[in-house]
Design a protein around this ligand. Structure first.
Ligand SMILES: NC(=O)C1=CN([C@@H]2O[C@H](COP(=O)(O)OP(=O)(O)OC[C@H]3O[C@@H](n4cnc5c(N)ncnc54)[C@H](OP(=O)(O)O)[C@@H]3O)[C@@H](O)[C@H]2O)[C@@H](O)CC1
Ligand SMILES: [K+]
Length: 665
């Protein structure tokens, strides 16, 4: 990504710059530019497309969130004192370093308060790197010392300190110092922050840990929510059950895990299970409910009626199969939540044992276990004390994780209950991760370990046959581009541009297609960038569009030329002023000493052109057009038998036509 145009930015998919033209996602002319397109394809000739993958939820895996086992944070004052003490003792250099750390923290803080939430996570990471750098110098200044999480600092031996051969040890110490100082500098402000600055918390999660509630706190939070904060139990249960269902759907797709047994207990945890079963039904699962100790309260009776109205079967404990894995892909443990105490009484003792025994099955595919809020039978604070309890594959903590969740070592830990108001977060010093987008759940903990070699999709797509292919590949491109728009794919005009300079070494980057003009593919960039240099040395390039949601990709290969200066001029001035200034600021592909340099220049130019005057297009900025000489349309199919139709030019009766050939996948 090297120019402003090349950075995928959130913007409407409709890039039509003609305001008089209505937005119509089904129109083939509603495409990559306002420029005329040859032979638009009538909408009704469009091949049917599979919509099944087009609305996949954003991934919740969050590399910034690390559920490091939490030691109870040291009181900030003690930590501060220890750090100050040591820094005082070891002199000016360290003090300077700390000042820089504070400045950094201040900048970071400012940014976090104002920045967009998702970018903040990355900023948090950079911040951590910068802080580490500062602390590294502090460390050197200190002559080597260790600071543990509680802020106590000890000197390391001279052989250990500042020894470049001893990177690991050094890193540990720097890391500890960073943690201690970040506790001191950032935590108070962070704590005061309400949950609405969710990006802040996401960034902080990288060097702090989540809050865990004791049993008493969990009950208190419950009482506050349903007392002064005005929630009803029905509401919270509905949101909790929905969070559980969405968490399950994030990990276990109904195509592979449709048969769900929900075992519900006598309290609200059981109620969450009843709600989750209903939502799972609507998500395409086939739930069955075991609810042995029903309560007659209207809330629960209503939930049962709702399930019965959906023909969701109920089964007694006695009728459950002896081996749950025979009949169920998923077992939802909704027996007990945070009010559990003692040992499970019948019939739940038997049910808990059945779930425990699932883990002893090694020979066949066993049911996966999803526990709501607390793995039933676990001590709410101590966890699975003797190690003989349920070992859920997925734990969905509600509101905030309870202390026992620290002992959870399964692959998937989610948080649900997107309803915590700031008053609760502040009162209980809750540090919670942000929920992405509109999601009801968020993964907490490390993303699951995956075997990359085992990652594959079995694509299901409609057939793409030669007789369906347009004679002109440009029309075929527009047809598929229209499909990508129709299903709402984000930035279908993003394409990988590959170039090769005279050294013969290829390079690729994503750029945004800005139009298909007279059959040429047009984009804009900086004429002094790496790609521009390579294109000046070798004008052959390849474009690759990847429309994941449709299991499709399109390769376009051809010869590249610059567009006319007038065209570049016209397009340049159609861009947002910020992008225009950005193009002047960025001497693309050259080394810059830091982001601040770009910001500084940007600010200066912003002021210069604050009066709205014309921002001149830089001479080194303009467009390219690729005239295609080959296309390949690829569509994923079952068992790797993908469709590949290649278009190559040939002459028939002195007329240039495109030959369509199927390639082996
Ligand atoms: N923000 C929130 O707070 C939200 C909370 N929500 C949900 O509520 C859950 C807490 O619900 P809860 O308080 O109703 O208690 P829960 O744990 O379901 O079970 C209590 C029942 O179990 C029984 N029982 C206890 N021990 C037992 C034993 N050893 N063996 C057998 N039975 C035993 C006990 O009977 P008792 O012992 O009192 O006679 C009582 O009938 C919470 O974890 C979350 O899932 C969400 O819905 C919304 C947001
Ligand atoms: K449970």
């Amino acid at each position: 990504m090297s120019s402003v145009d090349e950075i995928p930015q959130p913007h409407p998919t409709n890039t039509n710059t003609n305001p008089s033209q209505p937005r119509d996602s089904h129109s083939p002319n509603h495409d990559v530019s306002s420029q005329p397109i040859n032979s638009p394809t009538p909408p009704d000739s469009r091949a049917p497309i599979s919509l099944h993958d087009a609305t996949t939820l954003p991934t919740e895996s969050n590399p910034y969130i690390t559920p490091a086992p939490v030691s109870d944070p040291a009181p900030a004052k003690n930590t501060l004192d220890s750090v100050k003490d040591v820094l005082g003792r070891w002199g000016k250099k360290a003090a300077e370093a700390t000042k820089r750390a504070e400045d950094l923290a201040g900048n970071m803080w400012q940014h976090l308060k104002t920045g967009p939430s998702f970018a903040d996570a990355a900023v948090g990471r950079n911040f951590r790197a910068s802080l580490d750098t500062v602390l590294h110098s502090a460390y050197i200044g200190l002559g080597g010392s260790r600071v543990d999480d509680n802020g106590s600092i000890s000197k390391v031996s001279s052989s250990e300190s500042c020894n470049s051969d001893d990177e690991e040890d050094e890193c540990v110490s720097i890391d500890a110092l960073a943690t201690a100082i970040s506790h001191v500098i950032l935590k108070p402000q962070f704590r005061a922050l309400s949950t609405k600055f969710s990006g802040t918390q996401q960034a902080m999660a990288s060097f702090d840990s989540f809050s865990y509630l004791t049993q008493r706190e969990a009950v208190e939070v419950d009482e506050s929510l349903m007392g002064p904060l005005g929630f009803s139990v029905d509401q919270l249960m509905e949101l909790a059950g929905l969070s559980v269902a969405t968490s399950i759907a994030e990990v276990y797709k109904p195509s592979d895990y449709s048969r769900v047994l929900t075992i519900c207990g006598p309290g609200n945890n059981g109620g969450d299970g009843l709600v989750a079963a209903r939502h799972l039904h609507h998500f395409g699962y086939k739930p069955l409910v075991c609810y042995p100790k029903r309560t007659q309260k209207p809330l629960y009776a209503g939930l049962v009626t709702q399930l019965e109205a959906l023909s969701i079967p109920f089964m007694s404990v006695e009728d459950l199969p002896s081996d749950l894995s025979d009949d169920f892909d998923v077992v939802v443990d909704a027996m007990f939540g945070f009010s559990f105490h003692g040992s499970p009484r019948p019939p739940f003792d038997d049910l808990v044992n059945r779930l425990v025994s699932l883990h002893n099955q090694i020979s066949q595919k066993r049911s996966v276990i999803i526990s709501i809020d607390i793995p039933s039978g676990w001590h709410v604070e101590e966890g699975d004390v003797d190690g003989t309890g349920i070992k859920p594959d997925l734990l969905v903590s509600l509101t905030a994780p309870k202390l026992c969740a620290k002992k959870f070592i399964g692959p998937h830990h989610f948080l649900g209950g997107r309803f915590v108001p700031p008053a609760i977060a502040e009162k209980y010093n809750l540090i919670l991760p942000p929920y992405p987008g509109t999601s009801m759940c968020v993964r907490i903990g490390k993303p699951p370990q995956v075997d990359i070699s085992a990652m594959r999709e079995n694509y299901i797509s409609p057939e793409f046959l030669e007789e369906q292919a347009e004679a002109d590949p440009i029309n075929q491109f527009h047809k598929w581009f229209g499909d990508a728009l129709a299903v709402g794919l984000k930035e279908p005009n993003a394409m990988a541009l590959s170039t090769v300079g005279k050294d013969g070494k290829p390079s690729s980057r994503m750029v945004l297609l800005k139009g298909v003009d007279k059959n040429d593919f047009v984009w804009y960039t900086n004429y002094e960038s790496q790609k521009a240099r390579e294109l000046s040395e070798n004008p052959h390039a390849s474009l690759l569009f990847h429309w994941d949601g449709l299991n499709r990709q399109v390769r376009v290969e051809g010869y590249v030329q610059k567009v006319s200066d007038e065209e570049s001029e016209q397009y340049f001035h159609s861009r947002p002023r910020g992008s225009q200034i950005g193009a002047i600021v960025s001497k693309q592909s050259t080394v810059v000493p830091g982001r601040h340099v770009l910001h500084q220049k940007y600010k200066e130019l912003e002021q210069k052109y604050a009066d709205g005057s014309l921002i001149p297009k830089p001479k080194n900025w303009g467009g390219y057009r690729l005239t295609p000489h080959a296309f390949e349309f690829w569509q994923g199919q079952k068992s790797r038998l993908h469709d590949r139709l290649r278009y190559s030019p040939c002459e028939i009766n002195e007329q240039k036509v495109w030959k369509v050939e199927r390639l082996a996948p």
